[in-house]
Design a protein around this ligand. Sequence first.
Ligand SMILES: Cc1cc2nc3c(=O)[nH]c(=O)nc-3n(C[C@H](O)[C@H](O)[C@H](O)COP(=O)(O)OP(=O)(O)OC[C@H]3O[C@@H](n4cnc5c(N)ncnc54)[C@H](O)[C@@H]3O)c2cc1C
Length: 503
Amino acid sequence: MKKKVGIIGSGIAGLSSAVRMAARGYEVHVFEANGYPGGKLCEISIGNYRFDAGPSLFTMPEYFEDLFATVGKKFSDYCPYQKLDPITHYFYEDGTRYKTHASAEKSADEMAVQLNGNKKDILHHFENSKKLYELTAETFLHQSIHHYENFSFIDLMKISANLKTLNLFTTMHDINHKKFKDAKLVQYFDRFATYNGSNPYEAPGTLNVIPHLEHNVGAFFPKGGMVSISRSVYNLAVELGVHFHFNTKVNEIKVEKKKVIGLSFNEVKREDNKHIDVAKSEFLPVDLVISNMDVAYTYRKLLPNEKHPEKTLNQPRALSAMVFYLGIKKEFPELGLHNIFFSKDYKHEFDRFFKQQSLAEDLTIYINISSKYEKDDAPKGCENWFVMINTPPHTGQDWDTLIKNARKNIIAKLSRILNEDIESLIEVEDILEPRIIETRNLSWQGSLYGNSSNNKFAAFLRHSNFSSKIKGLYFCGGSVHPGGGIPLSVLSAKIVDDLIPKK
Ligand SMILES: Cc1cc2nc3c(=O)[nH]c(=O)nc-3n(C[C@H](O)[C@H](O)[C@H](O)COP(=O)(O)OP(=O)(O)OC[C@H]3O[C@@H](n4cnc5c(N)ncnc54)[C@H](O)[C@@H]3O)c2cc1C
């Protein structure tokens, strides 16, 4: 008889785990509280506009190629994607504008001219970022760091010989500030801290590894939009015979003698983004459980009788977000797929997030417009604007007031910089905000990426991909090692696969 695994959640890591476990011959059951796969990686439609609802930047497709290769398939056959050039359009209130490109040389050329930088220094920064990746990826990203036998003597020697390059003891901002004279260039490189929801003024310089992904490897666009990524992994899982239980919420992981024995679950319906039970609880005996639910909620909601690793669960959370989905009845040729409108005072913006748990008036705004590539995402002559700002995680703020003020400030800033009355161009509108992110995806405090990396020990303070107390319990997804974002979430599924004994 086949061994059974129950996977809680069909986020991108849950789907990836489903593929890997089916490939190993397990009978796989995925329980998903929502009515669709993908978790945060999903889409919404408003009138004649389609929007990718969550992630919009796709990096490291090689991790998906690796996933599909485990069953002899090619990711690009299921989800064709293209390399972006240009990558992002940048805008400042003082009129400065530039674009980044697929070629690091070309980006450095343009940035050097527009930001009074030195091309050699910029290229050196990209190169350094690559070095950091090569130094850390194998040891800290591609395997569990909670199994000490995974650390080879050679790895440790290599890392200790390169401690200076790792910049663990200096903040990302301090490194960037020391390297570049122009404040806008510093701001440019500091922004990469937000790629995992962290604060560049606190996070260690090691996070300067992030530009490597975009500048040396590239940014990509999947045909059909970001949702094609989760759909393609879901389709593969279905082909492999995975059983999906949608609108079904797991309410307890049953444990006996410190070993997982099964899952109890309920059929639910979603009302006001909350999941409401509509049927009696059922039970499925399983041999293994992989939780793709936020690890804090996995313990607090599904394992009420077990001892919780409070120190790990209570680490400060990464940033959350507000997204205004706007149907805009005009086309803007100066905008591209990814656009950033920087704030004037970045330090103040991050102090407001992390010290006051609030928002500055002048905010850095990101706009994603998938209709630049997928014409059907908006009516002719129109564009689908995904307008996002970062916010602190949800700790009980007066969000209604914050949203009202942020919306007003965003529209005013975009109208100023684009020299257009944006309010009058809005045809349809919807919003995603921290409270919704929390209840819709069951992500504690609505954090986009689990714990923040605002601390040099953050990598070790993230929960491991297995329970050391309960046999048969594993964890994947953005709230556990190696961290948040699509690429790392997919890697977490590989790590779980490696941890589950092959016999
Ligand atoms: C607005 C926004 C923008 C982002 N931008 C980017 C970006 O540009 N690039 C990038 O790489 N990343 C980005 N991210 C982060 C990225 O989306 C996440 O890190 C990643 O998708 C997390 O995937 P996951 O596997 O952890 O699961 P999640 O997407 O968190 O999904 C977990 C799933 O589990 C289900 N679930 C939870 N508990 C239960 C239960 N008890 N029973 C049944 N089901 C349950 C939930 O319903 C959910 O579907 C963004 C996120 C957001 C919200």
